[in-house]
Write a protein that binds this ligand. Structure first.
Ligand SMILES: [Zn+2]
Ligand SMILES: [Zn+2]
Length: 469
């Protein structure tokens, strides 16, 4: 008996080595069960491409000479070569967790590839070992739900933000100081980034562009957007040399916009050239179905006020200039009206960022604050119905110091809230219910009352995204 057990074990090991284990998962496509077997490799479930794509209504062709499968449906054409990590969807690269391979005569691909290439929704139930694939062809007008993750990478006192979009599109905003270039590169590698579609160099300060030469070294970068403002520092020289050597498209920030699936990414600033380098920061906004994000670099109050005419409303605000009190002005914060704030800041930095004042202000309007000095890397994932925040450490924020004592005789508050149904600020374009936390943060001299929504609209105001008047 013992001997037999040994032989069986050996056979199992050989199967594993030479054929990959077939798993007993059941596969359903649009409600019908397929008679196919699946496999796993490195924790990735592999499924037979031909059977599933055909069940989804795609035509499938095999070119034996080039070891290439082509599948086509409704104007979508997918090409995959056996052994390659990159497939092509309408000639755009799609990366595979493991390359496509032939197992017992079937071309096997990672399960996720089915959703990425054919836009089908894929559900995996581990308990019942069931894979349910639903084609989205029945609702061609509905937007395909995408998932986007924004990674605020901990680079001490500096910024480095990686945006992971569907369809293998990658955006990087800054890369910290030059000591952190490799931290950023390693982080991107750990997320299987293959190349960078858009790189934003917000402004020439070392804590933002210092790490970029390492990124250019490691990655093919397609487009670089910067403020167009040069600096005399060696760090800037190194950055500029790397940009030129990269041969990427280099553009000055001037209102560019891109669409990635159902997300859009747009450049909002700078709209002027400023004496203060921080104010030249490239300001961008990412809008996805589940959440919108504002990225501010080190823009300070002057630059913030110059872009107030845009729709700044965003769920998640990257707080300007590491939480310095020279950024996050009243009018800017109430225009963005975020629910969540992320501060990229180094522990014990010599600038004493973030300022107590900024923290208090954010807390007063009920914004949830995350900080890279306390939370490490901060990942915000948006899907169709909202967003989740994950952090790699749970730090406890020291309470900001006490608020300065109020003026001895404060001016009596204007009783605006009783004069109209809604209120707004002369410094912003939002109107609110008087009890909205943003309404309460408007200073008395800027407070305006509106009789009703029409009155507010007529004066060029739009509803606040938080109190939704
Ligand atoms: Zn900075
Ligand atoms: Zn700066």
């Amino acid at each position: 008996m013992r001997r037999r057990g040994y032989v069986l074990l050996l056979t199992a090991a050989m199967l594993f080595l030479f054929a990959l284990p077939a798993t007993a998962a059941q596969v359903f496509v649009d409600g019908d069960q397929l008679d196919v077997s699946t496999a796993t490799e490195d924790g990735t479930t592999l499924v037979p491409l031909r059977a599933i794509f055909q069940a989804l209504g795609a035509g499938v062709n095999w070119d034996g000479a080039n070891q290439t499968v082509t599948a086509a449906k409704d104007g979508t054409r997918v090409q995959l070569q056996i052994g390659q990590n990159t497939a092509y969807k309408n000639d755009k690269p799609v990366s595979l967790a493991v390359p496509g391979k032939i197992i017992q005569g079937s071309t096997m691909v990672p399960l996720r590839f089915v959703s990425e290439s054919m836009g089908a929704s894929v559900d995996w139930d581990g308990a019942t070992q069931t894979i349910t694939i639903t084609s989205t062809a029945q609702t061609p007008t509905g937007p395909v739900t995408t998932q986007t993750t924004v990674h605020y990478i901990d680079v001490g006192q500096g910024d480095a933000i990686y945006i992971e979009l569907d369809g293998n599109n990658d955006i990087l905003i800054d890369a910290g100081d030059n000591g952190y270039g490799n931290t950023v590169v390693n982080y991107l590698k750990s997320k299987d980034v293959d190349d960078i579609e858009i790189l934003i160099a917000t402004h020439p300060h070392a804590d933002h562009i210092g790490g970029l030469p390492a990124v250019f070294n490691a990655y093919d970068v397609q487009t670089v957007i910067d403020s167009g403002v040069a600096h005399t520092s060696q760090t800037y020289e190194r950055y500029w040399t790397a940009v030129k050597a990269e041969g990427a498209k280099n553009q000055e920030a001037e209102g560019q916009a891109w669409n990635f699936g159902s997300c859009s990414f747009e450049v909002l600033g700078p709209t002027n050239t400023y004496q203060n380098l921080n104010d030249n920061s490239v300001v961008t906004k990412l809008s996805c179905p589940g959440a919108s994000f504002m990225f501010t670099g080190d823009a300070e109050a002057e630059a913030e006020s110059a872009i107030l005419n845009n729709n700044l409303n965003a769920d998640i605000l990257k707080v300007g200039h590491h939480g310095s009190k020279t950024s996050t002005s009243d009018s800017f914060l109430s225009s963005v009206s975020p629910e969540t704030a992320v501060i990229c800041v180094g522990e014990g930095n010599r600038y004493e960022h973030p300022a107590d004042e900024t923290l208090r202000y954010l807390q007063n309007v009920g914004v949830e604050i995350y900080r890279t000095d306390l939370n490490g890397n901060i990942m915000v994932t948006s899907s169709g119905n909202g967003y989740d925040v994950n952090v790699n450490k749970q730090g406890v924020a020291p309470q900001p110091g006490p608020a300065p004592l109020p003026e001895p005789e404060p001016e009596p508050k204007q009783a605006v809230s009783t004069e109209g149904k809604y209120v707004g600020s002369s410094e912003s374009d939002k109107y609110h219910y008087p009890d909205c936390r943003y309404a309460e943060s408007i200073s008395t001299e800027n407070l305006i009352g509106f009789e009703d929504a029409d009155d507010a609209t007529a004066q060029g105001y739009v509803p606040c995204g938080v109190c939704k008047p």
